[in-house]
Ligand binder design. Structure first.
Ligand SMILES: [Fe+2]
Ligand SMILES: [Fe+2]
Length: 472
């Protein structure tokens, strides 16, 4: 069991006090982080008391401690899951050898790139979400937004810890750069596409936490298989927090679906929009958007980088233990590529298709929640059903980038795409409509905006109408 130092400046279970040099480096980075948080964190709520969960240790009993805290005083700590005794590499060419406690020189650049790319998404999402507090549908939702935000801040800490500890001066420079890129900034954007997309309202927030945080889950699962043991332990602990983010997305969407379905049942002849709720075809468009840009995050279908990450043990598959063959040198994956405007199936060696393998497990997991939303519609006697679009639809990365497809996956010409785009993806008018339902913040305890149903239960045994955020 690791010792936990919670009373220090930086709570941790990595014995920071025993490594003065590292402690000093992180303590120097801390003010930059706080400056970034005040500048780019939740706007207008920095002095509010928020009922938040704070990780105070990495074991099952102690990692979720609930209390009121002002966000800038949140105790962003560094926690690694406990080490697995005699852990061995579980896949690739080095399968069966002991895992690495340090970074092997030959993998230094690739590992740093993986860590920086993951780390960059964490502050990016905080930046994307920073205006949402001003239009929150309830105090309960406001608190959940802030919970997600502070934990993404902690995930940044987790990655910065790795950079500072194992990558020397390069690592410290990367840690600084993580605080200087800005989501959506044309001159200095965040690394990955989805993390530069504007997030202007709560429908997009729930879509993001359902679809994009789920990409995070699968990336973390794949990295938790890594032969670089500190990365594995860091990401394993991050996954415990990530589960809550996806819960926020799934229940948020489910509550919007429920509210719309209730209104449709009460007033079957009326346009749901006229009743102040989000109509289902509009929700489907936002689903198409956030799902497709989240699919891009897994990278190209055919990737020599992915093959080498797998071969060298840097990045495995999600739940590697569920596969029979951990070497994956035999067999192929069939992938549709576009040739002369037509789809042609190609057999790709499995290692080169690792991004696609991870994407497919993600798709299966994404479908599960969509089935639940459809269950809500069915229970209300509403005929509409949501569908995840084809994985070819609206892709900017991989073999489909530069080509156009319908949500069902049929290839279409560019003029047809341009003509029909607004049937399938949110238009500026859709954005304006959804925005019109979220004019101000609903901050009276127990009150809830009209477009969303109340949550089934509150947080940590508290009632739904509990004062989750207090203002001075
Ligand atoms: Fe995260
Ligand atoms: Fe997350």
């Amino acid at each position: 069991m690791s010792t936990v130092a919670t009373n220090e400046k930086i709570p941790n279970n990595v014995n920071l006090a025993g490594d003065r040099r590292l402690q000093r480096a992180l303590e120097q980075w801390q003010p930059s982080f706080l400056r970034w948080w005040r500048e780019m964190g939740p706007e207008g709520f920095q002095t509010a008391d928020v009922y938040l969960r704070t990780a105070v240790s990495a074991d099952a009993a102690g990692w979720a401690h609930f209390d009121y805290v002002k966000m800038p005083d949140y105790r962003w700590g560094i926690f690694l899951a406990d080490p697995v005794l005699d852990r061995r590499i579980g896949f690739g060419d080095e399968m069966g050898k002991p895992v690495w406690p340090e970074v092997p020189g030959e993998h230094r650049n690739a590992l740093r790139r993986l860590i920086v790319t993951q780390g960059d998404t964490e502050p990016a999402s905080v930046e994307q979400q920073r205006h949402l507090g001003k239009t929150c549908p309830s105090l309960y939702d406001l608190r959940n937004l802030f919970q997600v935000n502070v934990e993404e801040g902690r995930h940044l800490w987790a990655m910065v810890y790795l950079l500072h500890t194992y990558f020397g001066r390069d690592g410290r420079e990367e840690a600084e750069a993580l605080l200087t890129r800005r989501s959506g900034d044309p001159d200095n954007p965040r690394i990955l596409g989805a993390f530069n997309a504007p997030m202007e309202h709560w429908l997009s927030f729930y879509m993001f936490t359902y679809f994009t945080d789920r990409d995070g889950k699968y990336q973390l699962l794949a990295l938790s298989e890594s032969a670089f043991d500190p990365l594995s332990r860091t990401t394993r602990f991050m996954l415990t927090e990530e589960a809550h983010h996806m819960f926020v997305g799934e229940t948020g969407l489910s509550r919007i679906v429920q509210r719309t379905a209730e209104v449709m049942r009460q007033s079957p002849d009326k346009d749901p929009r006229a009743c102040g709720v989000i109509d289902l075809p509009t929700m489907q468009k936002y689903m198409n958007f956030w799902y497709s840009i989240s699919l891009d995050l897994f990278g190209g279908e055919i990737s020599s980088n992915a093959a080498s990450y797998f071969a060298t043990g840097l990045k495995g598959r999600a739940h590697e233990e569920r596969y029979a063959d951990h070497v994956a040198l035999e067999g192929t994956c069939s992938i549709d590529v576009v040739k002369d405007g037509r789809l042609v199936e190609e057999a790709i060696p499995v290692r080169n298709a690792m991004n696609e393998v991870l994407r497919d497990t993600y798709i299966e997991d994404s479908q599960r929640g969509v089935d639940k939303f459809n269950g809500v519609l069915e229970a209300h006697g509403v005929d509409f059903r949501f569908d995840l679009p084809s994985k070819r639809f609206h892709r900017q990365v991989g073999v489909c980038a530069g080509h156009h497809f319908t949500p069902q996956g049929a290839p279409i010409s560019e003029p047809e795409w341009l003509r029909r785009r607004d049937e399938w993806l949110p238009s500026p008018a859709d954005d304006a409509f959804v925005h019109s339902l979220m004019r101000g913040a609903v901050v009276e305890p127990g009150k809830i905006a009209n477009f969303i149903a109340a949550p089934k239960r509150g947080i940590k045994g508290r009632p739904v109408e509990f004062e989750y955020v207090r203002f001075d």
